[in-house]
Structures are given as structure tokens and as C-alpha cells.
Write a protein that binds this ligand. Structure first.
Ligand code: GRF
Length: 197
């Protein structure tokens, strides 16, 4: 039986598309739901175009009440009954309670070589530090932000004259390769990390 995967997004959803496209082939999992915390997230329409159920739970009406927002998120998730949750450009920080319910079956992609540059603005920070290389990481989600066991990393060179946007674009190409590869392995029960040079 294929593993059921739900994908949480906040914006364009290019990682979501990469995951869903890979799952369209011979794969141990299939996408059952794409959810966004913003009804205007462009990724929702992209998911529907791929024939995937898509829904939004707008976080704003909850006015910072994260538990109430997550209860609404969980209600919609339970209808889809996913085995695995993939955070793909999902920009809300989840509570410990929510994370505990999905521990060991929730993944996230982060645009840096963790443990370097947890949080935001990773590309600008790597440039400001004068790093020679940068990249992205897929990890299991734990209560501490951007901190869980690493399941995959991909590296890119930092080139002279790079802007944060240049670097982001170079890293995004690797994200679209790494995340599907990690999910394919993870969904088959293999937690060995994929570390590309
Ligand atoms: C990606 O770089 C991801 O690593 C970060 O947000 C960006 C979102 O991209 N968390 P998309 O929405 O998947 O296109």
C-alpha cells in the first residue's frame, strides 16, 4: 500500500510540484492533499492542476492563536489521513504539541547547510559570512526550529558577485532534486541520509 503524503506550503509551491511530479511515477507514496496557510498561495492552483486535493486554512483570523490555527489544520489533515507530512516552503512555526503528533513522519526542506543558518534570510547570511559553499537540507521536524535529524543535504558553490537571489535560484534547483530523492527513500522506510557533494 502506497504511503499517503500531505504537503504544507505557504507560497508558490515549487518544491511541492517537484515532490508531486516524482510521486507520479513508480513510487512508494502518493500525494493526497496540499494545504496552505494562505488562500492566495499560488501553489494551491498548481496542485489542483496536477489533480491533487488542495485546501487553505488562513492563519490570520486566528490572530496568533497557534493552537486554534493548528486545530483547524489538523481537522482538515485528518480527513486526508496522511502517513507523512512534508513542509515545503511552509512559513508558520508549529507548536511542540503539533510536532509531537507528527514526530518521525514530518519532513522539512530548509535552504541552508544545517546546522548553519537556522531561520530566515539564509542566502544573505551565507554571502555576508563569505562562505565558499552553501546549499539546502531536508530534515525530520522536531520541536526546535530547523534542528531535527538530517535526511539529506546538497551543496552549491557561492560564486563571485552572487546576490542573495542568484544564490537562492541555484539552491532551489538542488532543492527540487534533493527533496524528492529523500521522500522516495523515507517513504520506503529507509532513513539513511542522502549527502550529495
Ligand atoms: C524554498 O527555498 C524553501 O527552501 C524555503 O522556501 C522556499 C519556498 O519555495 N523554505 P517554494 O514555495 O517551494 O517554491
Amino acid at each position: 500500500m502506497k504511503k499517503r503524503v500531505a504537503i504544507l506550503i505557504s507560497g508558490g509551491g515549487s518544491n511541492m510540484v517537484a515532490l508531486a511530479r516524482d510521486m507520479a511515477g513508480d513510487h512508494p507514496a502518493r500525494p493526497v492533499l496540499v494545504m496552505a496557510n494562505d488562500p492566495a498561495a499560488a501553489g494551491l492552483a498548481r496542485a489542483r492542476d496536477m489533480g491533487i486535493d488542495a485546501a487553505a486554512v488562513d492563519h490570520r483570523p486566528f490572530r496568533g492563536d497557534r493552537a486554534a490555527f493548528e486545530a483547524a489544520l489538523m481537522a482538515r489533515l485528518q480527513e486526508a489521513a496522511p502517513d507523512i507530512l512534508c513542509l515545503a516552503g511552509f512559513m508558520r512555526v508549529l507548536t511542540e504539541g503539533f510536532v509531537a503528533r507528527w514526530q518521525g513522519r514530518m519532513l522539512n526542506i530548509h535552504p541552508s547547510l544545517l546546522p548553519k543558518y537556522r531561520g530566515l534570510d539564509t542566502h544573505a547570511r551565507a554571502l555576508a559570512a563569505g562562505d565558499a559553499e552553501h546549499g539546502c537540507t531536508v530534515h525530520e521536524v522536531t520541536p526546535a526550529l530547523d534542528d531535527g535529524p538530517i535526511l539529506g543535504q546538497a551543496r552549491v558553490p557561492v560564486l563571485p558577485g552572487d546576490s542573495p537571489a542568484d544564490l537562492a535560484a541555484r539552491v532551489l534547483v538542488e532543492e527540487h532534486r534533493l527533496y524528492p530523492a529523500v521522500l522516495r527513500r523515507f517513504a520506503s522506510g529507509d532513513r539513511r541520509p542522502i549527502l550529495t557533494p
